[in-house]
Design a protein around this ligand. Structure first.
Ligand SMILES: Cc1cc2nc3c(=O)[nH]c(=O)nc-3n(C[C@H](O)[C@H](O)[C@H](O)COP(=O)(O)OP(=O)(O)OC[C@H]3O[C@@H](n4cnc5c(N)ncnc54)[C@H](O)[C@@H]3O)c2cc1C
Length: 239
């Protein structure tokens, strides 16, 4: 099993939730390093830490919303160890990066193939990665404008609901994390923003609560409401 920053894997090993026969440290593999911008894409190596993305000039220039998202993950210790590849491979339903991957129409390049974002996140903690398949890098499409807003859990910083709104040449994309079993595109919000790219266009909208998560932190209805509020805040930030 690959080990990146160990932010999720090490606690999972400690709790015996994962019992791999081998753990291979991939954090320093040259193929997983670096950030490049060009051709309408920003490509980030899978071993890039959240702190590196947050302070990257290339990311801040091309997709400031992505740098801001990375800056808002967890705390400094987590940002200095946690990686993009580990975050997307883990596909935690409350993680931030999956929302950017989906809303920025990213391509996930592995050691075997390129997987479009739309096919990558298949369910709670589940991805299209096959056993032994390693994420090498993620290529994000540069939008005209984009913003991410989350209601962070006060203890962990994870999203209770997080919404990434992006306007691309072919229209808006809105991705919601934290609220459902896995990140999802919110088509109703996209349709509303297609008519007018303004927060007002989202007034009164919220995702259907019936498919959303309910736990000790929040009911499904509360998360639906939060998603609507975060979407309006994100749209307002860039309208
Ligand atoms: C206290 C705390 C707070 C956090 N808060 C937030 C938050 O606010 N928002 C947020 O989004 N996240 C948050 N995280 C998650 C964190 O940011 C990491 O992204 C996440 O834990 C993955 O860690 P990692 O990159 O070290 O990967 P690891 O823990 O090393 O690996 C995670 C999983 O991914 C696999 N893996 C790793 N790299 C690859 C690869 N390149 N290819 C294929 N598989 C791979 C591993 O085998 C393992 O199964 C938090 C974590 C902690 C501990």
């Amino acid at each position: 099993m690959p080990l990146a920053g160990g932010m999720t894997l090490v606690p999972a090993l400690k709790l015996r939730l994962a019992r791999p026969s081998h753990v291979v440290d991939i954090a320093r593999l040259p193929e997983l390093q670096g950030i490049e911008a060009g051709g309408g894409r920003v490509t980030v190596g899978a071993a890039t830490t959240h702190a590196e993305v947050a302070r990257s000039e290339a990311v801040r220039r091309a997709i400031p919303a992505l740098a801001a998202l990375a800056e808002g993950i967890g705390d400094p210790q987590v940002r200095n160890r946690g990686t993009l590849g580990g975050s997307v491979a883990n596909n935690d339903p409350v993680a931030d990066y999956p929302a950017a991957v989906l809303a920025l129409d990213a391509a996930i390049e592995t050691n075997r193939r390129t997987i479009p974002a739309a096919e990558f996140f298949v369910g709670m903690f589940a991805t299209a990665l096959a056993p032994g398949e390693i994420v090498l890098r993620v290529a994000f499409a540069v939008p005209h404008r984009a913003a991410y807003r989350k209601f962070a859990h006060p203890a962990s910083g994870y999203a209770m609901a997080g919404v990434f709104v992006a306007e691309h040449r072919d229209g808006p994309r809105v991705a919601v994390t934290g609220a459902g079993p896995a990140v999802f595109r919110w088509r109703e919000a996209e349709a509303a923003l297609s008519s007018a790219f303004r927060a007002e266009a989202l007034a009164g909208l919220e995702p259907d609560a019936s498919g959303l998560n309910a736990d000790i932190h929040a009911s499904a209805e509360y998360r639906a409401n939060l998603a609507g509020v975060m979407a309006r805040r994100a749209a307002a930030a860039i309208e």
